[in-house]
Design a protein around this ligand. Structure first.
Ligand code: HEC
Length: 115
């Protein structure tokens, strides 16, 4: 019964986020915040235990030095594909191109928000 309730609420959250057209933010919360932090500042719950620190996605200077294509590639093919740490996972197996484009869009929002 608990499982059913959980499934129902996950679906409900999905529907709301979709309705708001904020798929990038929803995916980010689901897959990225445990390392990159809720506000993308690189201070997720895993970060303290990692030998390479997750990128601070709110760092305007660093993030504006990346093209959308570069961000797409590192998300799809992992850190190793761009000579960065393998601690940045490969997401191409789980996320569609549309999902990754939505995430790139969300990264562009994160970099310019003030906490
Ligand atoms: C297991 C922890 C972990 C998760 C989960 C994770 N990342 Fe990362 N990510 C990292 C680490 C560590 C780096 C830094 C790699 C480096 O600098 O060598 C990184 C780097 C990046 C970069 C590269 C920034 C640059 O410097 O060019 C992007 C973009 C990125 N992550 C996006 C994402 C997105 C989007 C998600 C969710 C789909 C995600 N990450 C999930 C650990 C993670």
């Amino acid at each position: 019964m608990k499982k059913l309730l959980l499934a129902a609420s996950v679906l409900a959250v999905g529907a709301v986020a979709h309705a708001e057209g904020d798929r990038g933010a929803q995916l980010y919360t689901m897959y990225c915040t445990q390392c990159h932090g809720a506000h993308g500042n690189g201070k997720g719950i895993n970060a303290a235990h990692m030998s390479v620190q997750p990128r601070d996605h709110s760092d305007i200077k660093e993030m504006s030095a990346r093209t959308d294509d570069e961000l797409f590639k590192v998300i799809q093919q992992g850190g190793k594909s761009v000579n960065k740490s393998v601690l940045m996972p490969i997401w191409g197996g789980n996320l569609t191109d549309d999902d990754i484009h939505a995430l790139v869009g969300h990264l562009r929002e994160l970099c310019c928000q003030k906490d």
